[in-house]
Design a binder for this molecule. Sequence first.
Ligand SMILES: [Zn+2]
Length: 55
Amino acid sequence: MLCPTCAKSALIEIRMHVAGSELTFRRCGGCEVQTWESPEGEIPLDRVLELVCHP
Ligand SMILES: [Zn+2]
């Protein structure tokens, strides 16, 4: 999957389980954009940290 931001580099995709949810972390090696996705859609990093610290 190509990065939708810079369209140059492929995204690195990592799936992990956090507090019972499957989250997907995507990072671009080109423009270094980072996104988190929950089953409900994209979520901000703040929300991820909340899930990790206060499930
Ligand atoms: Zn990019």
